[in-house]
Design a protein around this ligand. Structure first.
Ligand SMILES: *[C@@H]1O[C@H](CO)[C@@H](O)[C@H](O)[C@H]1NC(C)=O
Ligand SMILES: *[C@@H]1O[C@H](CO)[C@@H](O)[C@H](O)[C@H]1NC(C)=O
Ligand SMILES: *[C@@H]1O[C@H](CO)[C@@H](O)[C@H](O)[C@H]1NC(C)=O
Ligand SMILES: *[C@@H]1O[C@H](CO)[C@@H](O)[C@H](O)[C@H]1NC(C)=O
Ligand SMILES: *[C@@H]1O[C@H](CO)[C@@H](O)[C@H](O)[C@H]1NC(C)=O
Ligand SMILES: *[C@@H]1O[C@H](CO)[C@@H](O)[C@H](O)[C@H]1NC(C)=O
Ligand SMILES: *[C@@H]1O[C@H](CO)[C@@H](O)[C@H](O)[C@H]1NC(C)=O
Ligand SMILES: *[C@@H]1O[C@H](CO)[C@@H](O)[C@H](O)[C@H]1NC(C)=O
Ligand SMILES: *[C@@H]1O[C@H](CO)[C@@H](O)[C@H](O)[C@H]1NC(C)=O
Ligand SMILES: [Zn+2]
Length: 612
């Protein structure tokens, strides 16, 4: 995901006379909307070039364009404050002005801004070009990048030592090279936040959710979902103890972080086969079938597009197919492989950049990224400041909500990726387990990254404990532990996760995992679906499509609770639809876990695993 994020801040009005002439303000803002598109287009284009061809030269060009764009934002914020916009009668105009008046990082001096972008590209470059050598057993000196090699090891290897090599090696080569840079970087982010009237950058990021008690809202959602996670955790831990019976697990109940099938233990889907409730019934991993049927990367994109179009939404435009980067280049170029969707702000240029591979996870990721593109296309008629998600979590939820339908056994059967016979309660349970390994496993991870960053920005801990504090939340929320000793200050494992060096806020994913089940329920209801929601597939339902489109075309033009209410009937985020969706699996897990001790020691990591 990537799009320019701007938000609401009420700058104090200054002591000069301000105009309340809304007609003149309208004329000014129309001109602004014409001008800003070109400025953002230039910046996004340069950033695209850097992301698809990492060189010092391209990094420098992108940073120059970022500075030009920031200077423009800064100037327009000052001009906007020539109006007494907080007292405008027209709510929409007032909202647009409030967003233009929010300078964000453009509030920094030129020198600080340039420092900030340089520190940022230093970290993304390290992350995107890191490789790990000395694989156990290799004698030829090959070094392996994260994408695809290390990710492939993490998902398919069941060799403890090989997994430790990939897990530790990746952290050695990425995160560990960043903590001092990150410290300086965080200082500059905070500096901008303070200029804008926030206590720190964490408060600034949270302000995008336009809810005074946002932190508490998240905590409450987590507490609602924790019992589900604990059940899944206990079940998976017990299976993993069998699989790795020659290795000792911590007595504290934590699961070693490197055996969950993913570099960050954020999705456990790679363990689907081993975790299947009914191993002799069809599983939901369609990778082999995709390969057997000769799918290529384009084929995955066409499948995703077909679903959106079936709901009455727009197909991808020619520009999209011509300019997107849908596989890792083979011409030796370094690229940022991390998947993202791009809005170029000219209403015709939208792109995805990802290093696709043909497997189940990429099928879902492709839907996720295309959901961003559909959102961009639906709100392209809005003023630039409203071309955004109702809140950042909405943007992350679109593709995922489509994937909830696509993943159902019935849908997979209808597109020929699962054999007939999917209509079976045991297949259903296998399906719910595979969904839980993606979704429920992710919940604490989605929550903890910004717990840690918010606290870092709030100076709840300092540079000497960056990594100690990181492991506090990893052990506490996820119930996982490091497979090898970590240093509280020397390692920087947060930096081994893309969104930290790339400076992408993360709570949006947690929010989207809650919202997408609210959306799914609303769309299934609109399609007149009757039955358990985990079996609902809204393919070809114009009613479901209309509901989703009405939400998307509104962009960020109104506060999100209004937009949520229009779509779901509720102004609040609630975990209930998610809980209901997984209820049959929970009932099954509770029985299965009868002899297990649920949970783990939540006071910290196993003794000795974190050293100064
Ligand atoms: C990558 O960027 C460099 C400039 O830094 C340029 O010389 C080169 O041609 C670019 N490569 C591709 C494939 O565009
Ligand atoms: C309020 O402003 C918006 C956008 O600036 C404009 O489209 C709309 O017509 C205005 N509404 C009224 C009632 O003037
Ligand atoms: C900005 O960069 C300069 C030179 O690289 C450095 O000396 C200075 O400390 C940096 N400022 C901040 C606030 O990080
Ligand atoms: C990042 O910055 C560090 C410290 O200034 C420097 O040693 C390193 O070469 C830089 N890396 C990249 C990829 O720019
Ligand atoms: C290096 O050796 C490994 C096996 O040890 C092999 O899989 C790989 O293909 C070799 N790479 C090269 C470049 O020869
Ligand atoms: C990571 O770095 C540590 C400390 O230098 C070293 O002991 C360890 O072998 C490295 N691990 C890998 C997999 O490279
Ligand atoms: C699955 O099938 C195997 C042999 O085909 C059998 O031994 C096993 O008991 C079956 N497991 C279950 C859970 O039905
Ligand atoms: C990829 O698959 C599509 C059909 O899904 C086909 O039209 C296209 O030629 C294939 N591309 C390549 C490079 O094989
Ligand atoms: C909705 O959220 C608000 C603010 O967090 C809370 O006061 C209210 O009780 C919630 N309403 C319902 C129905 O949960
Ligand atoms: Zn995304």
């Amino acid at each position: 995901m990537l799009w320019l994020v701007l938000s609401v801040v009420l700058l104090s009005s200054g002591c000069f006379a301000q105009s309340d002439d809304e007609e003149a303000a309208q004329i000014w803002v129309d001109q602004y909307n014409q001008d800003v598109q070109g400025v953002y287009f230039d910046y996004v284009s340069a950033d695209w070039t850097y992301n698809t061809n990492i060189t010092d030269h391209n990094s420098q060009l992108a940073n120059e364009k970022a500075a030009e764009s920031a200077a423009f934002d800064n100037q327009k914020a000052i001009e906007a404050n020539n109006w007494d916009w907080p007292n405008f009668q027209n709510e929409s105009l007032k909202r647009e002005f409030s967003k233009i008046a929010d300078m964000g990082y453009a509030a920094l001096s030129d020198e600080d801004f340039n420092n900030m972008t340089k520190l940022n590209s230093n970290m993304t470059t390290i992350y995107s070009t890191a490789t790990v050598c000395n694989k156990p057993g290799d004698t030829n000196g090959t070094c392996y990048p994260l994408d695809p090699d290390l990710e492939e090891v993490m998902s398919s290897s069941r060799d403890w030592d090989e997994l430790v090599w990939a897990w530790e090696g990746w952290r050695n080569e990425s995160g560990r090279k960043m903590p001092d840079t990150y410290e300086q970087f965080a200082e500059l982010l905070n500096k901008a936040a303070v200029i804008n009237g926030y206590a720190d950058n964490g408060e600034y990021w949270r302000s995008w959710y336009e809810s005074a008690d946002f932190r508490q809202i998240c905590e409450n959602l987590w507490l609602e979902l924790k019992p589900l996670y604990q059940q899944l955790h206990a079940y998976v831990r017990s299976k993993l103890r069998d699989i790795y019976s020659g290795h000792t697990f911590p007595g504290t109940g934590h699961i070693p972080a490197h055996i969950l099938g993913n570099m960050w233990a954020q999705s456990w889907l790679a363990l689907e086969q081993e975790m299947r409730p009914y191993p002799n019934k069809t599983g939901l991993d369609v990778t082999d079938e995709l390969i057997k049927q000769g799918y290529n990367n384009t084929g995955l994109f066409l499948l995703a597009e077909d679903f959106f179009v079936s709901l009455g939404m727009d197909p991808m435009v020619d520009n999209f197919w011509e300019n997107s980067m849908i596989e890792k280049p083979t011409d030796g170029r370094e690229v940022v492989c991390h998947a993202s969707a791009w809005d170029f702000y000219n209403g015709i240029d939208f792109r995805i950049k990802q290093c696709t591979r043909v497997n189940t996870e990429w099928l879902i990721t492709t839907h996720h990224e295309m959901g961003h593109i559909e959102y961009f296309m639906e709100y392209k008629h809005q003023p630039v400041q409203f071309r955004d998600g109702a809140n950042p979590g909405f943007h992350e939820a679109i593709g995922d909500v489509i994937a909830l339908s696509v993943s159902t056994p019935n849908h997979m059967e209808s597109i020929g990726l699962l054999p007939e016979g999917a209509d079976d309660p045991e297949v259903d349970m296998n399906f719910l387990m595979s969904e839980a390994l993606k979704k429920i496993a992710f919940i604490p991870f989605g929550y903890l990254i910004d717990q840690w960053r918010w606290d870092l920005f709030g100076e709840e801990f300092d540079r000497n404990n960056y990594n100690g504090a990181w492991w506090d939340v990893r052990c506490r929320y996820q119930g996982i532990s490091p497979p090898v000793t970590r240093s509280a200050s020397g390692d920087f494992d947060a930096g081994a996760k893309y969104h930290v060096p790339a400076n992408t806020p993360y709570i949006r994913y947690f929010v989207s995992y809650v919202l997408q089940y609210q959306f799914h329920k609303a769309m299934c209801d609109a399609a007149n679906y009757v039955g358990p929601y985990h079996r609902c597939d809204v393919y070809k339902s114009n009613e479901a499509g209309d509901l989703l489109r009405a939400m998307m075309e509104t962009g960020a033009s109104r506060p999100w609770p209004e937009i949520l209410e229009q779509m779901t009937g509720s102004r609040n985020m609630t975990a209930q639809p998610l809980i209901d969706y997984f209820q049959p699996l929970m009932d099954w897990l509770i029985e299965e876990n009868a002899d297990e001790t649920l949970g783990w020691d939540e006071t910290g990591c196993p003794v000795g695993s974190i050293v100064p």
